[in-house]
Design a binder for this molecule. Sequence first.
Ligand SMILES: *[C@@H]1O[C@H](CO)[C@@H](O)[C@H](O)[C@H]1NC(C)=O
Ligand SMILES: *[C@@H]1O[C@H](CO)[C@@H](O)[C@H](O)[C@H]1NC(C)=O
Ligand SMILES: *[C@@H]1O[C@H](CO)[C@@H](O)[C@H](O)[C@H]1NC(C)=O
Ligand SMILES: *[C@@H]1O[C@H](CO)[C@@H](O)[C@H](O)[C@H]1NC(C)=O
Ligand SMILES: *[C@@H]1O[C@H](CO)[C@@H](O)[C@H](O)[C@H]1NC(C)=O
Ligand SMILES: *[C@@H]1O[C@H](CO)[C@@H](O)[C@H](O)[C@H]1NC(C)=O
Length: 442
Amino acid sequence: MVCALPHLIFLLFLLPFSVIAQPSNRNFTAGATLSAAINSSSWLSPSGDFAFGFRQIQDQVTFLLSIWYANIPDQTIVWYANKEKPAPAGSTVEIISDRGLVLKDPAGEELWVSEAIIGRVSYGLMNDTGNFQLISGVSEVLWETFQHPADTLLPTQVMDLGELLSSRRSENNFSTGRFQLHLQEDGNLVLSSINLPSSYSNEPYYASATNNDTNPSNAGKQLIFSESGYLYILKGNGQTFNLSDTPLNPTQDFFYRATLNFDGVFALYKLRKQFTGSENWLNIWSEPENICTTNVAAGSGTCGYNSVCRVNLDKRPTCECPRGYSLLDPNDPYGDCKPDFLLTCGLDEPYNRDLYDIVTVTNTDWPFSDYALLSPFTDDQCKEACMSDCMCAVSVFGEGNKCWKKRIPLSNGKLDRSVSRRTHIKVGKGKFICNTGKTVLI
Ligand SMILES: *[C@@H]1O[C@H](CO)[C@@H](O)[C@H](O)[C@H]1NC(C)=O
Ligand SMILES: *[C@@H]1O[C@H](CO)[C@@H](O)[C@H](O)[C@H]1NC(C)=O
Ligand SMILES: *[C@@H]1O[C@H](CO)[C@@H](O)[C@H](O)[C@H]1NC(C)=O
Ligand SMILES: *[C@@H]1O[C@H](CO)[C@@H](O)[C@H](O)[C@H]1NC(C)=O
Ligand SMILES: *[C@@H]1O[C@H](CO)[C@@H](O)[C@H](O)[C@H]1NC(C)=O
Ligand SMILES: *[C@@H]1O[C@H](CO)[C@@H](O)[C@H](O)[C@H]1NC(C)=O
């Protein structure tokens, strides 16, 4: 009985806080916290469509502070905060009135903080639009996730000049990925690849051309995702540039989202709200139309080096290593491929063509990896030209009498019916393969 009294006081002290964190309460007042744990509670929007809280990520150990669709089976994540600093179990996020949202690990170290707040936060609100907002005592919005998008836009969300979406690294890895969508200061909306680990962006592989150098006041001002679920750019003179068509299905019946996928495809998706079990997000518009045949510029392309890209019906790519090559990282099917044999001019011994074979495929090309053009040449001469040249990894025959010799790393590889080429790939013969970079003669 001696212990009973302090225990009771402790309970009374905790009570108001735990009541605040209940999902049934739509307002999460300053001081409210959520903690990172398996099956931990989250803050739901009034309709229950969206949740704010912690989601466990790929490694099964760390958590991501995020917003997701709470009412659909795959609980698609639409916003995330601590992408470069995964939160271990026991981390907490708190609404602090003069700071906003503060995410700390169990040792008290800050992993992520929402931007500086002007004013005092009274409460947080998980809006039915999917926007988590911090609201002041006089109902001003002091901070909101819609102003700080990750890789996804939702209906009613607006992107202003200078803002961007950044793709994730892969479907389940949320660290900064290789692509971005940027509404440039000049009003042009562009998609470009990034040379990680720097932030250097390559020439765009898509541009809306909504800038106007002769009259900048006519240029694009905002990218708007309308309430009815279509994307357009609003220009300074009030005109609009439509990216997607007006959808036929009303927003009461469907969820819409626009996501810059990790493979560089920016796509608008819909999903029926009354989920019947077998449905999935349906692509209703995307850019580019075929990411494999689009030159995503400097770098490897959508797929890794030496890889070949093929676009699927859903406009998303599949990457495959050519015969004789395999993934550098077996866990990253979108990554680089390496030859399973030694492809060199030899350090000690002269080049021995008997150690190699040629595999011929069609509809395949790596358009930017040439080092020589031989013409006029026949297909047989083209094959032989690669076989007899120690530098050559691939030779490509096309346009009637042209032969391009190519070296590794091969980039922007594509497999598409529009590519009318015969492609001769040099591969190692059975007894000349290498393991972990070392030549093995079995
Ligand atoms: C949330 O809290 C504010 C301020 O206390 C109050 O004005 C508002 O009605 C509350 N909203 C809901 C949905 O409870
Ligand atoms: C989490 O919830 C699921 C489904 O309710 C349950 O099967 C699982 O055991 C729970 N895990 C933990 C660690 O509580
Ligand atoms: C959600 O946001 C919209 C648009 O800003 C606003 O009109 C609405 O009142 C918000 N919802 C709630 C429950 O406050
Ligand atoms: C995500 O990818 C990055 C970059 O490749 C890597 O450093 C990191 O370890 C990955 N994270 C997880 C959880 O696998
Ligand atoms: C740019 O603005 C000028 C002047 O208003 C207009 O004549 C021209 O058509 C615009 N160009 C584009 C590409 O919109
Ligand atoms: C853009 O879409 C809106 C809404 O569907 C439509 O009213 C308008 O005519 C379209 N504009 C163009 C240029 O297609």
